[in-house]
Structure formats: structure tokens, C-alpha cells
Design a protein around this ligand. Sequence first.
Ligand code: FES
Length: 64
Amino acid sequence: MFVCICHGINEKAIQQAVSEGAKNVRDVRRSLNIGSQCGQCVRQAHQVIEQAKQTAAGAEFYAA
Ligand code: FES
């Protein structure tokens, strides 16, 4: 599903950015330019980032 229509960014791209170290919308904006045009996607991008961080934390918990 597309999160940022202006730049054609989907959930997978955001999840990939989080796996590469992005921790918030500002970090994702630096790498993917998300939210830099109309800004409509920022709230949903935040939700996707938080979910990706929780998923990554859970994976680390079970890997330890
Ligand atoms: S939808 Fe992301 S900047 Fe417009």
C-alpha cells in the first residue's frame, strides 16, 4: 500500500528504511523524501515507522 502518493513510497520502503536505522519521520524524510510535498502522509508514515520498530524489537527479543 502506498503511504506517500506524491513520491510513490510504500510501506515496504519505509520498513526497509527503519531496518537501516531510521527512527522517526525526520529520518525517513532524509532518505526517502517522504512528507516533503503535501505532507498528507506524515501521520500514516509515523504509524508505519512505529509498527516497524515494534516488529524489529520483537524480532530482537526472540533472537536473543
Ligand atoms: S503524500 Fe507524501 S508528501 Fe504528499
